[in-house]
Design a protein. Structure first.
Length: 74
């Protein structure tokens, strides 16, 4: 597993990418949007979402801190 804490300024983003592994995104502070070509999920503090295995990005609607957990190799 890999666990990463990211801080994003308002308007900041984790650029579009794909992940071959199962992953989750949990908002610790602030508000973000998890965006794919087909869907958007608005997430706030304490909310957790499985990250889709398609191209996606994370946009910070406010200053935010998120926890990403990735199951490597599985």
């Amino acid at each position: 597993m890999r666990v990463v804490v990211l801080g994003l300024a308002e308007g900041g983003e984790l650029g579009e990418h794909e992940s071959p592994w199962a992953a989750t995104l949990q908002v610790l502070r602030g508000e973000v949007t998890l965006h794919t070509a087909d869907e958007d999920w608005d997430l706030g503090p304490g909310e957790l979402r499985c990250v889709p295995r398609v191209r996606h990005k994370v946009l910070a609607r406010t200053p935010a801190v998120v926890l990403m957990t990735v199951a490597l190799g599985g």
